[in-house]
Design a protein around this ligand. Structure first.
Ligand code: KDG
Ligand code: MG
Length: 414
């Protein structure tokens, strides 16, 4: 048997997603996710214009060989666009292989190493009252781990903190921004930032959360790459009394050596990797045990084949998974993460931002959530099917992540 067609579907059911559909000569359909938030069309073009035709006629069972063909054969290695495109092909081929065998994907990865997957939710609030209400809502739903993001006095809006949702409502990371006249956005919104104000404020919020919610709730925090190494070290140290499960992306992701400095000063566990796209981005971090959790998504890291190898590598050094699961990874990419989570030994925790109702009508999932845990389900393959007709009714709309500036106007990391 061989691959007959490879088509790219770009749609915006709730937000933009790039989906690859591979069909084999005997009619088996495999789905892959290549969504790259704010750069969707680049990943779609890479697949459509440079990859799709090379897949036709290939043996769909040769997953490793196809991965190496696309990675080594392109000459230009790594990078988010390339790796998202490879990820989509890889997921679709694993989906096909598991469907042909009639088994859920995790069985092909070694079978289940646990019964269910602990997830963490996103709680945020501009002030403590709103944040506390959001946390209480998640605790009541059975969550045992919550990421805490807070507004900062003096700043109008902070990325990761819901500005529009009412207290307690769920937050969706940067859905499509529209201009005031209703037309699609052509440039990102700009937000302001003040690191000293942030560093002064965040520990006081964690103190209140611990006081109100007690010692058992697992707490996490995302620094969104905004600190210098010494600032990150200071925050990690000042958060030690509040026993975080992790401090995420404290410093810009491309500087692996910065983590040495944070580590020298603090025992707060560290997580990073959502902007990484290759095992090589982790080489120093893993071999020197500078982090505790790997944060990548299969969608941005070359798919299931590469993610499994990366996590096996991390396991040797006692480092666990905390895979990226925002709403800008499609339900197909999310399912890929869940099957890996279930199979690997070194699972830590899974991020979970539920997709919108429209997204979930368009991508029919078989994974389920119950009282703080996700279950990948036992449907053959990844267990997600795209309703192409419904997807076709929601065309792509330009949408970007915000740009961050210091109060004096300097462009800043985030
Ligand atoms: O596309 C960017 C978002 O997925 C990212 O900002 C979300 O930081 C994030 C997280 O931890 O989920
Ligand atoms: Mg993050």
């Amino acid at each position: 048997m061989s691959i007959s067609t490879a088509d790219v579907i770009i749609a915006s059911p709730g937000r933009n997603f790039v989906t690859l559909k591979i069909v084999t000569s005997d009619g088996v359909v495999g789905w892959g996710d290549a969504t790259l938030n704010g750069r969707e069309l680049a990943a779609a073009s890479y697949l459509r214009d440079h990859v799709a035709s090379t897949l036709i006629g290939r043996d769909e069972d040769r997953i490793e060989d196809t991965w190496q063909y696309l990675y080594r054969g392109a000459y230009w290695r790594r990078g988010p666009v390339t790796m998202a495109a490879i990820a989509a092909v890889d997921m679709a081929l694993w989906d096909i292989k598991a469907k042909k065998l009639g088994i859920p994907l995790y069985q092909l990865l070694g079978g289940a190493s646990r019964d269910k997957l602990r997830v963490y939710a996103h709680a945020s609030g501009n002030d403590y009252a709103a944040l506390s209400q959001a946390i209480r809502g998640y605790v009541d739903e059975g969550y045992t781990a919550v990421r805490i993001q807070t507004g900062v006095p003096g700043l109008d809006s902070v990325y990761g903190v819901s500005a529009t949702a009412k207290p307690g409502e769920k937050y969706d990371y940067e859905p499509a921004h529209r201009a005031a006249d209703g037309s699609a956005a052509t440039r990102p919104v700009e937000e302001d930032w003040d690191t000293p104000a942030y560093l002064r404020h965040v520990p006081s919020i964690f103190e209140k959360v611990r006081e109100e919610f007690g010692p058992e709730l697992r707490l996490l925090h995302d620094g969104h790459h905004r600190m210098s190494p010494i600032e990150a070290a200071r925050l990690a140290k000042s958060l030690e009394p509040y026993d975080l499960l992790w401090l995420e992306d404290a410093t810009p992701g491309e500087d692996q050596e910065a983590f040495r400095l944070i580590r020298q000063h603090s025992t707060t566990p560290l997580a990073t990797g959502e902007v990484f796209n290759s095992v090589y981005d982790y080489q120093t971090l893993i071999t020197e045990r500078l982090i505790d959790y790997v944060r990548s998504a299969p969608t941005h890291t070359g798919g299931i084949t590469a993610m499994k190898k990366l996590l096996d590598f991390a396991d040797i050094y006692g480092i666990r998974s905390g895979l990226h699961g925002p709403t800008d990874v499609s339900p197909i990419g999310m399912a890929a993460a869940l099957h890996i989570d279930l199979a690997i030994h070194n699972f830590g925790i899974q991020e979970y931002m539920p997709h919108s109702d429209l997204t979930l009508e368009t991508f029919r999932t078989s994974y389920t959530f119950n009282r703080g845990f996700l279950y990948p389900g036992d449907n053959p393959g990844l267990g997600v099917e795209l309703d192409e007709e419904l997807a076709g009714r929601h065309p792509y709309t330009a949408a970007y992540l915000p740009v961050n500036r210091l109060l004096d106007g300097t462009v800043h990391d985030w």
